[in-house]
Write a protein that binds this ligand. Structure first.
Ligand code: AVI
Length: 316
């Protein structure tokens, strides 16, 4: 049995802004739902399944880069570290880093409470020497990290989740990370690189239909969050690489004319109208270096796989 305690901080503000924000996005044209709403309990489980899908090369590739370069990454990070993971999920990747870096403490941040607690407890069982501070919060918002005694903080933002932000938001987000982590800090960040369109289209249209289910599940989550009555069966999944904008777009297409009620409001969806649910931007190395630069950060190291499909950067 573990003697290791997980310090837990619940900082999730589920205020009326959440409802306002969702409603606004559904009332403007084109309609949209922010991708962070994918991650209720079921959505997080479906995302874990996506990461195992043959066509979704992202997770596998990033994990192999981490494993192949663990020592060099640990060297870049240094000692006496508090490792802060943004969007920790139930990732296997952190285990590679924990073993290589041997940080003093680990702070997973995640929006999904059940998922966060579960994986933090598993890590506590497996790494009894590690101090764990788990914080349930929406890391895309302004936040202050829970206080600890550690000054040398290194952020870990894997999975190319930065790609789910619009480029201007990504710059702002990186600036905020730097502020949160402090002067003596670094950031290990996974970035999905631009690659042939067929590979990208397959990755977001897996043959088992897991991505389609993940996409539609956002509607069930919204039904609970804002008291709506979406029927996911009346929508189809659409995902494609937009070459010009260097992003994979995901949409839910209404298969019929329909009216959705949300509390006492009504929203009309025409047949074939889209709700834009996600952008997943793909970067070239030069694009990412310039993005980091615009946030006042310098890329000091880069690790890639043999195909150069994915890159992990160390930025300071
Ligand atoms: C979490 N994020 C980086 C994933 C991506 O690839 O953009 C989410 C995802 N959407 C569909 N498949 C995976």
């Amino acid at each position: 049995m573990s003697t290791n305690t997980v310090f837990f901080y619940d900082r999730l503000v589920n205020d009326h802004n959440t409802n306002e924000e969702i409603l606004q996005d559904l009332m403007t044209y084109p309609k949209a739902i922010k991708p962070k709403y994918f991650y209720d309990k079921k959505g997080s489980q479906l995302f874990d399944k996506i990461t195992q899908a043959t066509e979704y090369y992202v997770t596998r590739t990033e994990l192999s880069i981490l494993k192949d370069n663990a020592e060099s990454i640990a060297h870049a990070v240094g000692d006496h570290t508090l490792l802060v993971e943004y969007g920790s999920g139930s990732s296997e990747k952190i285990r590679v880093l924990l073993e290589a870096v041997q940080p003093k403490a680990y702070m997973p941040l995640d929006i999904s409470k059940a998922h966060l607690l579960n994986s933090a407890q598993k890590l506590a069982d497996d790494y009894p020497w590690l101090e764990i501070h788990a914080a349930c919060l929406d890391y895309s918002r302004q936040l202050t990290l829970p206080n600890t005694e550690y000054n040398h903080k290194v952020g870990f933002f894997p999975g190319s989740s930065l790609g789910n932000f619009e480029p201007e938001e990504a710059t702002l987000f990186l600036k905020r990370l730097k502020q949160q982590l402090g002067d003596d800090s670094g950031l290990i960040i996974g970035i999905d690189l631009v690659k042939p369109v067929e590979i990208l289209n397959k990755a977001y249209n897996d043959s088992q239909g897991i991505t389609a289910e993940f996409n539609k599940n956002v509607l069930l989550h919204l039904n609970r969050l804002i008291n709506a009555n979406f029927n996911p069966e009346l929508f189809s999944h659409k995902a494609f690489f937009n070459k010009e904008k260097k992003r994979v777009e995901m949409h839910l297409i209404s298969m019929v004319d329909q009216i959705i009620s949300i509390n006492n409001q009504k929203i009309r969806l025409a047949k074939n109208e889209s709700i834009h649910t996600e952008n997943s931007y793909k970067y070239t190395t030069a694009d990412f270096i310039s993005l980091a630069h615009s946030a006042g950060l310098a890329c000091t190291q880069r690790w890639v796989d043999d195909n150069e499909w994915f890159a992990i950067f160390y930025v300071e």
